[in-house]
Design a protein. Sequence first.
Length: 332
Amino acid sequence: MKKVICALGMAFASVGSALATTYPLTIENCGYKETFTKAPERVVALGQNTVEILLLLGLQNNVTASAFWPTKVLPALAEQNAKIKTLTVEIPTLESILAQNPDFVPAQLPLLLGPESKVAKREDLATVGVNSYLSPGMCATKKAAGDMYGSRQKLWDMTYLYKEIEDFATIFNVQPRGEALIADFKKRENDLRAEFGKNKKDLSFVFWFSSASPSADAYVGGKNSASGFIANVLGGHNAITSETEWPTVSWESVIAANPDVIVVSSLDRNRWALDNAEEKIKFLKSDPAVSQMDAVKKGHIVVMDGQAMNPTIRTLYGAEQVGEQLRKLGLN
């Protein structure tokens, strides 16, 4: 990762095609228009992905506080992030956000900002003169009543992420940094596709995020989610056929799907015992029925950072992480 940061630093100096931002700037985002009279200076970023994009763009001095961290920050960004106040690693309150006197509140998930959010609606922020932003990839989901995350009819891809990076780079007038970051991600994705696209196995994957308990259903990545994208990059497909972003699936259904590879998430939040990757693996190997799956008996269980299952910059890191373990298993 340090090499990536250094490479981006060199690229920042060499990319010069982007035009500087002229304020006032109006951005269209998820059906809303937000006008900026200058680059925001007191950002409260809701969601790990939002913070990490801003840090990768070198904007740590513009971020006052953050919230909602499923996993730890990227190691190469730890020093920058240490200077930013963490309101909570879970879901913050609107009062705690407004107490930071923000001038911009971007969010990763509709859970954190949206019509059904328990934190705030965009209108709530607009009434106090604060601009907001929601990750474009989340606006592409189709919502059903009571489903916070919605469903996808089309496979998620990095295009949504690039739009988010471009928007932030424009809002903060750091376009060359945005171009360099996008170029880096595109190269890394292409490298993975070039290697695993030659794989004729068409591996099927199940991406297990977590479960409330061993007796509970599995909370997994849906067919067209970021998990489905990872499977696609690695020359395979998601064994889960539900278009719901985050379906809960019975273990009987997982067994029937009979995936070639089970990807278990590693989470730092410690909400449930099965947030822990080792606990997941222990369950897979000890449950009388689940342990008889081919993927378990063959040892085709790999560990991935849980944030990669969200449609974020971590998704590509997750694909690289899984790819490295597939090589060791001889599945590339």
